[in-house]
Design a binder for this molecule. Structure first.
Ligand SMILES: NC(=O)c1ccc[n+]([C@@H]2O[C@H](COP(=O)([O-])OP(=O)(O)OC[C@H]3O[C@@H](n4cnc5c(N)ncnc54)[C@H](O)[C@@H]3O)[C@@H](O)[C@H]2O)c1
Length: 288
């Protein structure tokens, strides 16, 4: 079991969610299999044709235009909310969403006002957008907004109830707008197996609950075009892990146990976060 002081130091990012703000995500899709040709009307990404279909329909005279980053991975006109977005993995993902073109990213966290690092990251996102370097284009917004709120208290309450309540609220809003969306829950490798030698029963159990929450939510919300997936990071160098590495032995052990032989940087999760938030993962839900 965790002590109360350790529990406080392990407060976590509980959920990431991105709501679509595009005009329409509903269209019709024709596809063929070896047996039949069917037309499906469902929430499919609006930017077709893509990939091979686009290549086959391309005019031999028009210059070809790649779509992978300009469309599938773009978060242009989307709105994101990142709980625990004041630092660590949450802030890293918030900036990634802004760079990928999100119109606004709301960072929900405990401190009454954001610290100087968060403010500097916000200025950087603004400068990127103003210079036309983010996917928003010149003069675009890429707004990072700070909201002070306590999504819950203590390990189990933050990781399970906090995640559930925030994800439920996001799902309800997405349903209200009727344009689908993507909810990303941050679980952990500790939700898949126990960490021998560490008294983390409460943390590990809470993260297993997050895995099941993502699968169950995905089944409930799929018909509404809302996708729900989880990410299970390994050991990432953040304030949370620094607080846990109270002796050099712990860091050495984590490094040795990892197949790549190192602890990751938070920015190494940018790709997976933007992939899950964007249409690039449009057929991925309930996955881990
Ligand atoms: N760092 C890792 O190695 C690692 C590994 C696997 C999973 N995770 C998970 O990733 C997530 C983020 O972890 P991190 O390493 O960035 O931690 P961190 O401690 O650096 O950041 C967590 C953030 O969540 C905020 N927070 C805590 N309780 C809150 C509450 N009640 N309401 C609102 N905000 C709250 C904190 O203030 C902090 O800004 C957590 O869910 C963690 O369990 C991290």
């Amino acid at each position: 079991m965790l002590s109360a002081s350790k529990a406080a130091s392990m407060r976590t990012v509980v959920a990431l969610r991105v709501a679509r703000a595009r005009p329409s995500a509903t269209s019709s899709l024709s596809f063929s299999t070896s047996r039949a040709v069917r037309t499906v009307t469902a929430n499919v990404p609006p930017d077709g044709p893509l990939g091979v279909a686009r290549a086959l329909q391309a005019s031999p005279t028009a210059p070809p235009e790649p779509t992978l980053f300009a469309r599938e991975f773009s978060l242009a006109d989307r709105v994101a909310l990142v709980s625990g977005g004041h630092r660590g993995i949450g802030l890293e993902m918030a900036l990634a969403f802004a760079e990928a073109g999100a119109r606004a990213v709301y960072c929900v966290d405990l401190p009454k006002t954001p610290d100087k690092n968060w403010v500097k990251v916000r200025e950087y996102a603004r400068a990127l957008a103003a210079a036309g370097k983010s996917k928003t284009g010149a003069g675009g917004e890429a707004r990072l907004e700070y909201v002070c709120a306590d999504v819950r208290d203590q390990v189990f309450d933050v990781n399970v109830n906090g995640t559930l309540f925030t994800a439920q609220a996001a799902g309800q809003q997405m349903e209200r707008f009727g344009r689908g969306g993507s909810i990303i829950l941050i679980a952990s490798i500790s939700g898949h197996g126990a960490n021998k030698g560490y008294p983390w029963m409460s943390y590990n159990t809470s993260k297993s609950a997050v895995l099941q929450m993502a699968r169950s939510m995905a089944c409930e919300l799929g018909a509404k075009g809302i996708r729900v997936n989880s990410i299970s990071p390994g050991s990432i160098g953040t304030t949370m892990t620094t607080n846990l590495m109270v002796t050099p032995d712990i860091e050495k052990l984590w490094v040795e146990q990892n197949p790549l032989g190192r602890i990751a940087r938070p920015d190494e999760l940018r790709g997976i976060a933007v992939w899950l938030a964007s249409d690039a993962s449009s057929f991925c839900t309930g996955s881990e």
